[in-house]
Ligand binder design. Structure first.
Ligand code: THU
Length: 160
């Protein structure tokens, strides 16, 4: 028996000014997408913006349903749309932001477990890392790969 520790490398920025232009753009787009959220139940408006390798930005927002599990998170709306509209173009980054009553959340927004699994699939399908920008108004955190957010992720092709 032995123990091993998994380390998650996270980069933290105090403002978008520290970021490259293309990442500033997806963060702005993620905030824009919050305004298209349909969140009558939680009132928590999430926006995601995906950057494709060809420079195109695809936005998505959370869409809730009275049968709660039928709704979908902003990240999956954005990444599924990107992958279905551009099935041959890798996603290279995603930014996630949120607001409540029009006020941006201070803390970074982290993708839920199901979104991590879906983003991981998109990363593996193209063999290209997806940078994940988790955006708050007071700080932005970034990991270079979805694998960093979902270590030991499920994959039935591994280990048999
Ligand atoms: N939500 C997202 O859009 N992304 C996540 O990663 C977690 C949660 C949405 C789902 C629901 O509409 C609202 O946030 C509150 O849970």
């Amino acid at each position: 028996m032995y123990r091993f520790d998994l380390i998650i490398p996270v980069i933290e920025y105090s403002s978008t000014e520290e970021l490259d232009g293309k990442y500033k753009n997806i963060i702005k787009s993620a905030y824009d997408a919050c305004s298209t959220s349909y969140a009558p139940f939680s009132k928590f408006c999430v926006g995601a913006a995906v950057l494709l390798e060809n420079g195109e930005i695809i936005k998505g927002s959370n869409q809730e349903n009275v049968a709660y599990p039928s709704g979908l998170c902003a990240e999956r709306v954005a990444v599924f749309y990107a992958n279905s509209f551009y099935p041959a173009i890798p996603v290279i980054a995603i930014a996630i932001a949120a607001s409540v009553a029009g006020v941006p959340c201070k803390e970074p927004v982290y993708p839920c477990g199901s979104c991590r699994q879906s983003l991981l699939q998109s990363e593996q399908r193209f063999g290209k890392n997806i940078r994940v920008f988790m955006v708050g108004s007071e700080k932005i955190r970034m990991v270079e790969s979805v694998k960093d957010l979902l270590p030991l992720g499920f994959d039935f092709e591994l280990g048999w």
